[in-house]
Design a protein around this ligand. Structure first.
Ligand code: HEC
Length: 113
């Protein structure tokens, strides 16, 4: 019995870790280096954090978090406008999200490169 409970706990733990890794990959945390990169988008740490929060909380209700590295940076503002209608974002949330995602994009390489 103990063994079964242990195995169940372990597999739950594994699921949590995997989903955490996915979130970290699709939505990298706002570190000092990230904030430095965000200057290109004229975004401060607070805006980037707000953008990440919107992404993690609002862009995952209908589908998995998209892998931003797949999208050309020129397409990102358009996709966010399109999806912000679906996610019911305020203009401020939308702007923070665009800045966050452009910074993510600038820091990542498309898959397979
Ligand atoms: C209410 C549901 C819903 C929410 C909320 C939502 N999406 Fe989507 N998203 C969709 C659907 C449905 C599609 C598939 C395309 C279509 O049918 O319009 C999609 C497609 C996408 C795509 C693929 C577009 C392409 O052309 O490859 C991206 C990227 C995306 N969403 C990003 C986001 C982001 C960022 C957010 C948060 C602001 C978000 N989505 C919130 C429903 C949603």
């Amino acid at each position: 019995m103990k063994l079964i409970v242990g195995a169940a706990a372990l597999s739950i733990f594994a699921v949590i870790i995997t989903s955490c890794e996915t979130a970290l990959k699709s939505a990298p945390p706002v570190t000092a280096a990230f904030i430095q990169a965000g200057r290109r988008e004229k975004a401060d740490a607070r805006t980037l954090e707000a953008g990440r929060k919107v992404f993690l909380n609002r862009c995952i209700s209908c589908h998995a978090l998209p892998e931003i590295a797949r999208y050309d940076s020129a397409r990102i503002p358009g996709i966010v406008s399109w999806m912000s209608y679906r996610a019911h974002l305020t203009p401020e949330q939308r702007e923070a999200l665009v800045k966050y995602l452009l910074t993510v994009r600038a820091n990542s390489r498309p898959p397979g490169t």
